[in-house]
Design a binder for this molecule. Structure first.
Ligand SMILES: [Zn+2]
Length: 234
């Protein structure tokens, strides 16, 4: 079994105006853990984050992880027209390619109209990870090809990693190859007192980090090979 650990780098959950505690405080925690375990992950990053926190993005790339594109402003692609969609992709790609030769993309909110796939191909992407195996209609869908792109869906909702151990492992036991886990850096910052929905704030901070360590141990013990998304696509 192959597994890819992916991190969506954006502003904190539902923050308005946007705050970035996750990027600033959560990223170093994740980089330390991945470094200790020898895991290379994929960080899907918005152009906005890369412009505001270039040193953080350099730390990610210098540690050998893959940088992917997560749109420019985290706008939801199904709510914007084709011209704005092209611009979101173009702006983010220009910003992020200064750090890394991007080939992987994931849309914010896992919401990307099929009609926009050619925009990704035109911008030089080879992999789209905007689909979800757990969503209605795509629940059993594995990797597929469309419009010259390979599409590799995420396997679970991000908050699965923060579930109690038994519940979390019950979900993991049902996952199909390749497993794509995803979460956000703000989940590794204590958000339990923030005025955000419960599923955003439960078990954030230290408990999330311990859960992620346990999840990595779970898959490692089963002989799973940790790969970046780019490596999965190859
Ligand atoms: Zn996102």
């Amino acid at each position: 079994m192959k597994i890819s650990i992916t991190v969506d780098m954006e502003h904190d959950c539902l923050s308005a105006p946007k705050s970035y505690r996750g990027v600033v405080e959560g990223t170093p925690v994740l980089l330390r853990l991945f470094g200790e375990r020898g895991i290379k992950a994929t960080f899907f990053t918005t152009g906005e984050v890369a412009r505001l926190f270039p040193d953080t993005v350099r730390d990610i790339v210098d540690a050998g992880h893959e940088l992917g594109c997560h749109g420019d402003t985290h706008a939801r692609f199904s709510t914007i027209g084709p011209d704005t969609a092209r611009q979101e992709i173009g702006d983010a790609t220009r910003t992020l390619r200064a750090f890394f030769p991007l080939t992987s993309f994931r849309a914010p909110n896992l919401d990307f109209p099929n009609a926009y796939l050619p925009f990704l191909k035109d911008a030089g992407y080879r992999l789209d990870s905007s689909q979800a195996r757990y969503k209605r209609g795509t629940i059993f869908a594995g990797p597929s090809h469309a419009d010259g792109m390979i599409r590799i869906p995420v396997s679970t909702m991000p908050s699965v990693v923060r579930l109690p151990r038994t519940a979390r492992r019950a979900v993991f036991a049902r996952l199909k190859d390749p497993v794509v886990l995803y979460f956000h850096p703000w989940e590794f910052v204590d958000m339990t007192r923030a005025k955000i929905p419960y599923d955003c704030r439960f078990n954030t901070g230290e408990p999330a980090l311990r859960s992620l360590e346990d999840a990595i141990g779970y898959f490692a013990a089963r002989g799973a090979a940790f790969r970046t998304m780019r490596e999965l696509a190859a």
